[in-house]
Design a protein around this ligand. Structure first.
Ligand code: FAD
Length: 334
């Protein structure tokens, strides 16, 4: 079993979901003693090979081209398709046994734009949004959420020699980097004539941060039963707007219809890894914390000093959120 990871960058660094893919591939490849090959495309990539190596890459191919800095799906596909074909050929994939190669990538909006087309051209199945990839009797088993996240299903792709899969951001979490590891690094500068492309990016419009997919949000304002009702949820949306944060909450407030069901966090909802998690009126049940306990900074507002969520807080505020949030909004207004 061989693994190729297609990584991507985020604000000038390897994206965290890409590193999760590298670690997932490293753990799976270790069982068969195979190296992990990583393809990273973009501009100014030199410093990133060591980071990929530290998380488990054995070979890193850096593909640099100006068109990738603001290119759309077509640019990426034109550049990556021949590289992947060559990588598959290099691996000497023996198609008499199955499956032999897994191409793993983060489940990001960018990958979603072009990876399905690559899979189609490779005539490979694409299993999206996996929570985990396992091997069982030399067979790849993809674990993914179903029924709106309330069940997990296992998928196999019988007869497929190459399988593409995307890994849900935050599903695995990042392990400790081994900064002494080094990878073999290749550099490619593809020869492209961009005039022939049909797509051209004119503007990039920022998403509404409040409704951005929670799994991709850097800041989250989350509410629990303590918000008291729809009027309290309105406060969350106001604060979300002011802080440019996505709005989410606990399952119980989604079950009551105060929040859309795709916006609750926890075991049966979304797993999130924001830089800031502001929890308002949330007690901290394990079913909720399992979905947010990898947040970088957690601020908890609760009027009960014994609320379990305080144990995860970097900053805890004991008080009534209906007084604290309006006061905070007034400060932010100023
Ligand atoms: C099978 C199963 C799966 C589940 N999956 C999930 C899941 O994925 N996600 C999830 O979230 N839950 C899930 N739950 C539910 C979970 O067990 C908890 O019931 C839920 O997380 C509690 O939500 P809460 O914190 O909003 O409410 P509560 O536990 O009722 O907490 C409300 C908190 O608000 C505080 N509060 C009240 N008024 C104020 C105020 N004015 N100001 C400040 N603080 C105030 C209270 O002190 C309290 O701590 C699941 C349950 C089961 C059985």
């Amino acid at each position: 079993m061989q693994f190729i990871v297609i990584a991507e960058t985020d604000h000038g660094a390897v994206s965290l979901p890409s590193l999760e893919c590298v670690e997932e591939a490293r753990d799976l490849a270790a069982a068969s003693g195979q190296p992990v090959r990583v393809l990273l495309a973009g501009t100014a990539l030199s410093a990133m090979a060591d980071v990929l190596a530290a998380h488990g890459a054995d070979t890193v191919t850096l593909i640099e081209h100006e068109a990738l800095s603001d290119g759309g799906a077509e640019h990426w596909l034109s550049i990556m398709e021949p590289v992947v074909h060559e990588a598959v050929a290099d691996l000497g994939v023996d198609t008499s046994s199955e499956p032999v190669l897994c191409i793993l990538a983060p489940d990001s909006s960018h990958m979603r734009a072009w990876l399905p087309r690559l899979a189609l051209r490779l005539r490979a199945p694409l299993v999206s949004h996996c929570l985990q990839v396992q091997t069982n009797d030399e067979r790849l088993v993809f674990v993914r959420p179903t029924h709106g996240g309330s069940r997990h299903e296992q998928m196999v792709c019988p007869g497929a020699h190459v399988v593409c899969a995307t890994l849900a951001p935050g599903a695995r979490g990042l392990g400790v980097a081994d900064t002494h590891r080094r990878a073999r690094v290749n550099r490619l500068t593809p020869n492209l004539s961009t005039e022939t492309f049909h797509e051209r990016r004119l503007h990039t419009l920022p998403p509404d941060p409040r409704t951005v997919d929670l799994r991709e949000a850097d800041r989250i304002v989350a509410g629990g039963l303590g918000v008291g009702g729809p009027a309290g949820v309105e406060l969350l949306w106001k604060l979300g707007t002011r802080l440019e944060a996505a709005v989410g909450g606990t399952r119980v407030i989604a079950d009551r219809g105060w929040l859309p069901t795709d916006r609750f966090i926890g075991t049966t909802g979304k797993t999130v890894t924001p830089k800031l998690y502001l929890a308002l009126g949330i007690s901290g049940a394990s079913q909720h914390t399992s979905g947010m306990n990898r947040s970088e900074t957690v601020i908890v507002v609760n009027n009960d000093r014994t609320a379990p969520l305080f144990s995860l807080a970097d900053l805890g505020i004991i008080g009534d959120l209906h007084e604290i949030v309006p006061a905070l909004l007034a400060c932010l207004e100023e």
